[in-house]
Design a protein around this ligand. Structure first.
Ligand code: KG4
Ligand code: ZN
Length: 376
């Protein structure tokens, strides 16, 4: 590595606002659930390479992620995924300026695998290291690349502050995003996440794992008013969610069903369930728009992120809501909604830019709420 480059990186460690004559390259690693993924992303918002090794087929027969199997699969895949990511970009580790990895929240066995790999690379190659909060990866990725509801890439730019609907397999929150590391919680689920509700309903119907994409697809052929699913908390003035009532209703409907379920029954069931979820999201976000904390900063963009952001009905409903409030709607492209290395690389760059790099040993965390970031 040239002396000039070393100097720049050393300066970067002290003050990462430093200007560079070429884009900064970040290698990002994700391993918090059932995807082993790595990507190289640059500060000009280009994804140079991106490898996602999905373990879904290994967990499918168990109807959900088995943490022990996931950790073992991450160990087997991680070196190859990183090697392929570097090769696909035509880079070596020497060319990388910043290394970033998910340090939580997530399944701790998997998080440890990715975090240790990143720590080893950063230490041996003397690169700055960023401990990325997985949820911040989801929250910031629309700033790397955002599309409209239908996936059309109109180069939607997402500036702070924005209202974020973060809906994944593990989380369901409405956040006001003020900046990197600055998250204000406006509402959250009191029980299951939206993704969990999708996965559980799919399991009850015997549709397989993960349930979200299957229920989404089946819902497109069904009648949304065929089953009267409840809309929990929609009469409350706050912005919280509850999906356990919807899940119980699903069980009750199914207990009453006779014999094998017809395709029409399943399509109608999925459409009715999805209509309830969409109504809850729109109702809760409407309250968020009226929230004094939100109004005070007049955010211009309404954003959805996390695995559930792949859902076509949720994207369309949120786009309509954004129009009603004179806001721009933005969502990550489909491949950046579910877990991926590019979102971690991008969050790594955003954190590096504001000087948030690792200066002492970091213990990966199974639980790490976004709201704790501002105190770190
Ligand atoms: O963000 P993610 O990949 O993992 C976590 O961080 O949890 O989200 C996975 C979740 C799963 O629950 C999956 O069923 C859900 O996202 N999901 C969907 C769709 N695609 C994935 N939910 C609804 N509609 C979809 N099209
Ligand atoms: Zn995730």
């Amino acid at each position: 590595m040239s002396e000039e480059k070393l100097m720049r990186l050393d300066m970067g460690k002290l003050d990462s606002h430093v200007h560079s004559e070429r884009p900064i390259l970040c290698l990002g690693i994700e391993s918090s659930c059932d995807e082993t993924s790595a990507a190289i992303v640059d500060s000009d918002r280009n994804i140079l390479s991106h490898i996602i090794y999905s373990q879904i087929p290994e967990h499918q027969k168990f109807g959900g992620v088995v943490p022990e199997l996931a950790a073992r699969a991450h160990i087997l895949a991680i070196d190859e995924v990183i090697k392929q990511t570097l090769a696909a970009a035509g880079k070596t580790i020497e060319d990388i300026d910043v290394v970033a990895a998910t340090a939580g929240p997530g399944l701790i066995g998997g998080v440890l695998v990715g975090w240790m790999a990143a720590t080893g690379i950063a230490q041996s190659a003397n690169k700055p290291l960023v401990a990325v909060n997985h949820l911040e990866g989801h929250a910031l990725v629309p700033r790397l690349c955002a599309t409209l509801a239908d996936g059309a890439n109109k180069n939607v730019s997402v500036d702070f502050p924005y209202v974020l609907m973060l809906a994944s397999g593990g989380h369901c929150q409405i956040l006001l995003v003020h900046g990197v590391g600055k998250y204000e919680l406006i509402g959250q689920t009191l029980d299951d996440s939206a993704g969990e509700a999708y996965d559980k309903v799919a399991k009850m119907l015997g549709l397989g794992y993960p349930g979200g994409p299957i229920v989404d697809k089946r819902a497109q052929n069904g009648k949304p008013d065929a089953f009267a699913f409840p809309r929990p908390l929609c009469d409350k003035p706050n912005c919280d969610f509850s999906f356990s009532g919807i899940k119980t209703a699903a069980r009750t409907f199914l207990d009453k069903a006779d014999g094998a379920l017809s395709d029409e029954y399943i399509d109608d069931f999925c459409a009715s369930f999805q209509a309830a979820v969409v109504d809850c999201i729109v109702n809760r976000l409407t309250n968020a728009m009226r929230d004094a904390r939100v109004k005070a900063v007049a955010p211009k963009t309404l954003v959805v992120a996390g695995g559930v952001a792949k859902n076509s009905a949720i994207r369309s409903a949120m786009e309509l809501l954004a129009q009603k409030y004179n806001m721009t709607f933005a969502a990550p492209p489909m491949n950046l909604c579910t877990d991926n290395g590019a979102m971690i690389a991008w969050a790594g760059l955003e954190n590096w830019r504001v000087g948030k790099i690792v200066t002492e040993p970091v213990a990966p965390r199974p639980r790490w709420p976004l709201t704790e970031l501002k105190n770190e």
